[in-house]
Design a protein around this ligand. Structure first.
Ligand code: MN
Length: 232
């Protein structure tokens, strides 16, 4: 793993904390550019404290390969199963960002309300862990089979909500996954606000696609700002 990629992943952790997506929990990973069957993620620790030397390597069944024998998060299977199911995905964020939670536990569906969140597409799927593991779980994705059931619900979407828990956001690079995680939370706040006023006029599917394609050309601009603010 290159030094640059390690540093970018550590920085992404700090950015996601500073922007209110991660807190003491949640994680971001990146697929290995040299070996598509491996990904990198921080060892089990608070995201705000992650530095480049805290990154460990994990395979797509969730086994950690670390010469120092360090452990990573219980929910690493979110990442391993999604990388296995989605060859196009190069980075995964799992968070408990608060504004998203109401959309996983009610009939209200998270949909793109503005041009910054067109990546949500027409439908944001909701993962219900009871369907695969019954009514007595701790809601955590703590094994590969649960990861696979989550990846199946995610399908080809960029975001999936996890009922009573949080969400997962994917991208084709760290910057895109970070952008989407931040704007998923922002869209949830805006949609909650707008729903108090009346019926919402959401983006069409074509508008969602067009705005998402446009925003993908400008990922560096907010990244540089988020970076500066996270390192202040
Ligand atoms: Mn979690």
């Amino acid at each position: 793993m290159t030094t640059q990629l390690r540093e970018d992943l550590a920085l992404a952790n700090k950015i996601l904390v500073n922007e209110g997506v991660l807190d003491g929990f949640g994680h971001i990973s990146v697929r290995s550019p040299n070996n598509p069957d491996r990904f990198f993620i921080a060892r089990s620790m608070a995201p705000a404290l992650v530095e480049a030397q805290d990154i460990v390597e994990v395979d797509l069944d969730g086994h950690v390969h670390d010469s120092q024998g360090r452990r990573t998060y219980v929910e690493r299977f979110i990442h391993s199963a999604i990388y296995k199911a989605r060859p196009d995905v190069m980075s995964v964020v799992h968070s408990h960002s608060p504004a998203v939670i109401p959309f996983g536990v009610t009939g209200a569906r998270l949909r793109p309300i503005c041009h910054m969140s067109g990546f949500l597409g027409a439908v944001t799927p909701v993962y219900e862990i009871r369907h695969s593991a019954g009514e007595n779980t701790d809601l955590l994705i703590s094994n590969q089979a649960l990861g696979e059931s989550l990846a199946q619900v995610l399908g080809q979407s960029n975001v999936a909500l996890m009922r009573g828990h949080g969400s997962v956001t994917v991208g084709n690079e760290i910057k895109q996954a970070v952008f989407r995680a931040i704007y998923t939370e922002s869209n949830a706040r805006l949609q909650s606000e707008a729903s108090r006023f009346g019926e919402i006029n959401f983006l069409t599917e074509a508008e969602a696609k067009a705005t998402s394609d446009m925003n993908d050309l400008h990922l560096d601009r907010p990244w540089e700002m988020w970076k500066r603010n996270a390192l202040k």
